[in-house]
Design a protein around this ligand. Structure first.
Ligand code: PHE
Length: 458
C-alpha cells in the first residue's frame, strides 16, 4: 500500500499533459498506417467513415479513459481496482497488450534509427527490398536465423537505454520533457518533408490517387471497420495508456477540452502524413513512368523501409530527405513508446510500491531483453508477427468492449464519470456520451471483433 500513500507524480502543466498525450497518439501508425489504409478504403471517401469513427468512438472513448484515470487516480490496474474490487484484471489485460506492442514497436524505432544512419550514404541502393530483408534483417537465412543480427541489436540497445533513462527521470522531468523537445521538432521536420514532397514532379498524381473519392466504398462494411481500427490504434485508446497519463493530471484539469485538442491534432497530423506520403509516391510513379495504382508496398514497414528508401535514392537531395524522414519516424515512435512503457512501469509502481527509478529500470530491462532476444533473430520476428496480430486486431477491440460495457451496463458508473468530467472541464458533455460509449461503440466493436476472429481463423 506504500504506493497509494506516496505523493503521486504530476505533469508540470496542462500543456505538458496535452503534448504528452499528442506525443503518444502521433506515432508510427500515423505515418505508415493511415495513408495506405485511406488509399485502400475509398480514398477521399474514407474521410467520412474516418471522421465518423473519430467523433462517435475515438473521442468518446478517449474521454472515458481520461475520466477513469483522473477520477480514480491510478494506472489502469489500480484505477480499475478502485472502480470495483473485481475489475483490476481488466487493467492488467491492457498492460499486457501494451507490453506486447512495446516489444515490436521498439524494434521498428531501432530500424528507423539504423536507416537514419544509412541515409548518409544511401546504403540500401540500388535494391532497397533486398537490402532490407536480406542484408539488414537477414530473413530466411537458416544459418543466421538463430544468431544475433548485430545490425539490429545495437540500435535496439540504444533505443531501450533512451527509454529507460526517460522513464527513470519521472513523469515531469522525463516523459514530459521528452515530449516538449521532440514534438515541436517533429512538427517542423514533418512540415518540411511535406513541402518538399508536394513540390516534387508527379506529386499531384499521388494526391489525386489518395483523395479521389470512391463513393461506392461507403456501402462496404469493411471500410467502416478499417476506419474504427485506425482511430483506435492511432489515438492510443483502450490500452490503459490514457488512463495512466490522466492519472498524473492535477485534480482541477480541463479534461474534455484537452481530449478535443488531442483528437483533432492527431487526425490533422495523420492527414498531413497522408499528403506527404502520397505526394512522394506520386513522384516514384512519375520516375518509373507508371501510375500510383501500379506501385506496391504502400503501407506498413515495407512503405518505410523499402518503398521510401527506393524513392529517396532517386530524388534530388535524397540523403537529406532520408535523414529528416527517418528522424521523424524515430521521434514520432519514441514519444509513443515511452507512453506505452510509462503505463507498464506506473502499474508496477502502483501495485508493488516500487519507486519511479526502480520500476523504470526493472520494466525497461525486462522488456528490452525480450525485445532484443526476439528481434535480433529472424525466427523471433516471425513468431512475433502472429502475437501482434492477436494483440492489435483482437486484444484492443476486446479491451474496448469490456471497458465500455463494464462501466455503462455492469457497474452503471457512466453518469458518475460524466459528472466528474463536467465538474472539471469547460467543454460539457451531455447524455449522448453515455449512448455513444454504452450502445453504439460496443455494437460496432462487437461486429468488428467477430469479423476479425473469423478472418484470423480462416
Ligand atoms: N498511437 C500510436 C501510433 O499511432 C501507437 C500507440 C498505440 C501508442 C498504443 C501507444 C499505445 O502509432
Amino acid at each position: 500500500m506504500a504506493a497509494t500513500t506516496r505523493q503521486r507524480e504530476q505533469w508540470s502543466s496542462q500543456t505538458g499533459f496535452i503534448l504528452a498525450a499528442i506525443g503518444s497518439a502521433v506515432g508510427l501508425g500515423n505515418i505508415w498506417r493511415f495513408p495506405g489504409v485511406a488509399y485502400e478504403n475509398g480514398g477521399g471517401a474514407f474521410l467520412i467513415p474516418y471522421l465518423f469513427a473519430l467523433l462517435t468512438a475515438g473521442i468518446p472513448i478517449l474521454f472515458l479513459d481520461y475520466a477513469i484515470g483522473h477520477r480514480f487516480r491510478g494506472t489502469a490496474p489500480l484505477a480499475f481496482r478502485r472502480l470495483h474490487k473485481n475489475t483490476e484484471v481488466v487493467g492488467w489485460f491492457q498492460i499486457i497488450l501494451s507490453f506486447v506492442i512495446s516489444v515490436y514497436y521498439a524494434a521498428v524505432i531501432a530500424w528507423a534509427l539504423s536507416y537514419f544512419v544509412f541515409s548518409f550514404d544511401l546504403r540500401w541502393a540500388p535494391d532497397s527490398l533486398n537490402f532490407f530483408v536480406g542484408d539488414y534483417l537477414q530473413v530466411g537465412d537458416p544459418e543466421i536465423s538463430t544468431q544475433i543480427v548485430s545490425g539490429v541489436a545495437i540500435p535496439l540497445v540504444v533505443v531501450w537505454v533512451a527509454i529507460l533513462v526517460t522513464l527513470a527521470l519521472g513523469v515531469a522531468k522525463g516523459v514530459e520533457k521528452a515530449n516538449m523537445i521532440f514534438l515541436p521538432l517533429l512538427v517542423v521536420a514533418f512540415i518540411g518533408l511535406v513541402i518538399r514532397a508536394v513540390t516534387l514532379p508527379g506529386a499531384a498524381d499521388g494526391l489525386n490517387a489518395l483523395f479521389t473519392p470512391d463513393w461506392s466504398e461507403l456501402f462496404n462494411p469493411a471500410v467502416w471497420i478499417a476506419a474504427y481500427a485506425q482511430i483506435f490504434f492511432s489515438l492510443s485508446i483502450a490500452f490503459g495508456i490514457m488512463i495512466t497519463y490522466s492519472s498524473y493530471q492535477r485534480r482541477k484539469a480541463n479534461m474534455t477540452s484537452s481530449g478535443l485538442v488531442v483528437g483533432f491534432a492527431n487526425s490533422s497530423f495523420e492527414i498531413l502524413a497522408g499528403i506527404g506520403v502520397f505526394a512522394t509516391l506520386g513522384f516514384l510513379a512519375w520516375d518509373q513512368s507508371t501510375t500510383v495504382g501500379e506501385l506496391e508496398g504502400l503501407s506498413g514497414p515495407i512503405l518505410s523501409f523499402v518503398t521510401f528508401p527506393a524513392v529517396i535514392a532517386e530524388m534530388p537531395g535524397g540523403s537529406f530527405f532520408g535523414l529528416v524522414f527517418f528522424a521523424s519516424l524515430v521521434m514520432a515512435g519514441f514519444t509513443s513508446i515511452i507512453s506505452i512503457l510509462q503505463g507498464v512501469s506506473g502499474a508496477v509502481q502502483d501495485k508493488f510500491g516500487f519507486g519511479v527509478r526502480q520500476s523504470a529500470v526493472g520494466v525497461s530491462l525486462v522488456c528490452a531483453v525480450i525485445s532484443i532476444a526476439l528481434f535480433s533473430t529472424t525466427s523471433g520476428l516471425i513468431a512475433l508477427d502472429t502475437v501482434d496480430q492477436w494483440a492489435n486486431n483482437i486484444g484492443i477491440v476486446l479491451s474496448a468492449i469490456v471497458m465500455t460495457v463494464l462501466l455503462v451496463w455492469v457497474l452503471r458508473r457512466g453518469e458518475e464519470l460524466r459528472f466528474h468530467l463536467n465538474a472539471v472541464s469547460t467543454f460539457k458533455i451531455g447524455r449522448w456520451w453515455i449512448l455513444l460509449i454504452g450502445v453504439l461503440a460496443p455494437l460496432l466493436l462487437g461486429y468488428m471483433l467477430l469479423q476479425r476472429i473469423i478472418t484470423l481463423l480462416t
